[in-house]
Design a protein around this ligand. Structure first.
Ligand SMILES: Nc1ncnc2c1ncn2[C@@H]1O[C@H](COP(=O)(O)OP(=O)(O)OP(=O)(O)O)[C@@H](O)[C@H]1O
Ligand SMILES: [Mg+2]
Length: 452
């Protein structure tokens, strides 16, 4: 096995004998040695080690501490979160205090005791891990547009588009499978726009019976129909000065599409039973999980309406296409539900993380949110397991077995999913992209239970 997967421990030490000794001493790390300040800084940039041991007596000042302190300062300036463990034989107490005050993590006195240093190093890695984790969780660390959690470049792109168009007052159509965050992004469009102090009014066109949808959207006058006991402004009017979110816009019946188109062209509405046109200034954001191209092609959706609604089209990637986001979101939901539900759950087990990362999430973020919520309610332990999440974690044998296999499998799954989506599920095309034969791809699809 190569050691490239091990965490790097950078040893800055000019004594080659000691360098060698340290290389052999620590099996759990990949020990990279540097003999002077310049090579230490090069290694720091190249490997970004979490932990560095630093001998203060470096050339050209091997008997003093100046070069060592200069190196310490430079390391911390470049990578302030690095845990630097400083070593010196000269004037130990003074040097220790000075090093700590400069930001070193710990200090030990030469001559070297492998076991003692080993403990300090292990603790430093552990702490660095916890701190890195916390930084990832901090609000803002992996959020875009304020409230949307993502670290994936695919979503960063979506966020940049939304930022750019938010103020332009153009109509925005959000296309994405169910649970991808369409409503959240619609709100983001509103919040980023100059209409943010106006109302954000959402209406789900699929959830309202056809015969009531018109009244919901356009409102009605008293006496317009039986049961209209008082005048009621519709959703469009409520969104005056703000944003109107038409969710599942593909479900608007054709007759109402005509009426909506007229509003978009003239920016006036008439309530049902009303005689006064009412001017409404609102921005339209709409969303659908349906294929509107196909619907316009066979006449179920008006093409002219489509172009009015879709001045800007934003495609929201499925959760499985946002590398790393499932685990990121899972941790966020664990924290949130543990807090809201007063539960003792604090995190995810290794097998849960692997299972979350490799699951295909057909229900996207909504499915993830629901699974985590249920698991937080039902779990016995402090850490949610793949079992708690009802995800098939394969029974791992020992730590290494989990990691290596999980890592490989995750990479396989991701590559396959990407190839399949890029080729629109064309097996030959995907196999070619992946550099494998069609039968092999079939086997892998079956093995990983990925449907084509
Ligand atoms: N990137 C994200 N960060 C945090 N929460 C998210 C993210 N994406 C979605 N959610 C949450 O997931 C749930 C589903 O999101 P939303 O309702 O916006 O999706 P949708 O595409 O409108 O789904 P549906 O098709 O089911 O209506 C919501 O509770 C939302 O707050
Ligand atoms: Mg929705």
């Amino acid at each position: 096995m190569t050691d490239t997967n091990l965490p790097v421990l950078l040893v800055v030490e000019d004594d080659e004998g000691l360098q060698r000794q340290l290389k052999w001493a620590y099996e759990g790390y990949r020990v990279v040695a540097a003999g002077d300040r310049q090579s230490a800084i090069e290694a720091l940039r190249l490997y970004e080690p979490a932990v560095v041991t630093l001998d203060l007596g470096l050339p050209p000042d091997p008997d003093g501490t100046d070069e060592g302190f200069a190196t310490l300062s430079e390391i911390l300036r470049l990578k302030p979160d690095t845990k630097v463990i400083v070593a010196s034989g000269h004037g130990a107490r003074e040097s220790a205090l000075r090093a700590i005050s400069l930001g070193a993590y710990d200090f030990y006195r030469k001559p070297l005791d492998i076991d003692e240093l080993g403990l300090i190093v292990a603790r430093a890695f552990h702490l660095h891990g916890i701190e890195a984790e916390n930084r990832r969780h901090e609000a803002g660390g992996s959020t875009v547009l304020g409230s949307i959690i993502s670290a994936a470049p695919e979503m960063q792109k979506v966020a940049r588009t939304i930022e750019r168009v938010a103020n332009a007052d153009v109509s925005v159509m959000l296309l994405g499978a169910s649970g991808t965050g369409k409503e959240l992004l619609a709100r983001a469009v509103h919040d980023q726009s100059k209409r943010k102090n106006g109302e954000f009014v959402a209406i789900n066109c699929a959830a309202i019976p056809e015969n009531l949808l018109e009244a919901e959207l356009f409102g009605y006058e008293r006496g317009a129909f039986t049961g209209a006991v008082k005048t009621n402004p519709g959703k469009i009017e409520q969104a005056q000065g703000g944003t109107l979110f038409l969710d599942e816009v593909g479900d608007i019946p054709l007759p109402l599409q005509v009426k909506l188109l007229r509003f978009l062209q003239e920016r006036v509405i008439e309530r049902i039973g009303g005689r006064q046109p009412i001017a409404v200034d609102t921005r339209i954001v709409c969303a659908t999980h349906q294929n509107l191209d196909a619907m316009t092609a066979d006449g179920r959706f008006r093409e002219d309406l489509y172009y009015r609604l879709a001045e800007i089209v934003v495609k929201i990637p499925a959760l499985a296409e946002r590398a790393g986001d499932a685990v990121l979101l899972a941790r966020h939901f664990v924290n949130r539900f543990a807090r809201e539900l007063n539960s003792k759950v604090t995190g995810l087990s290794t097998d849960a993380v692997a299972a979350i990362d490799s699951h295909s999430w057909p229900g996207n973020v909504r499915e993830l949110e629901n699974r985590i919520k249920r698991a937080v309610i039902m779990a016995d332990g402090k850490q949610l397991t793949a079992d708690d999440l009802d995800l098939q974690g394969r029974a791992p044998q020992g730590e290494d077995a989990i990691n290596l296999r999980a890592v490989r499998e995750t990479a396989d799954r991701r590559a396959i999913r990407q190839a399949m989506s890029r080729t629109e599920n064309n097996i030959s095309g995907a196999a070619k992209l992946l550099g494998i034969s069609r039968p092999t791809l079939y086997d892998l699809l079956k093995q990983y239970q990925l449907t084509s």
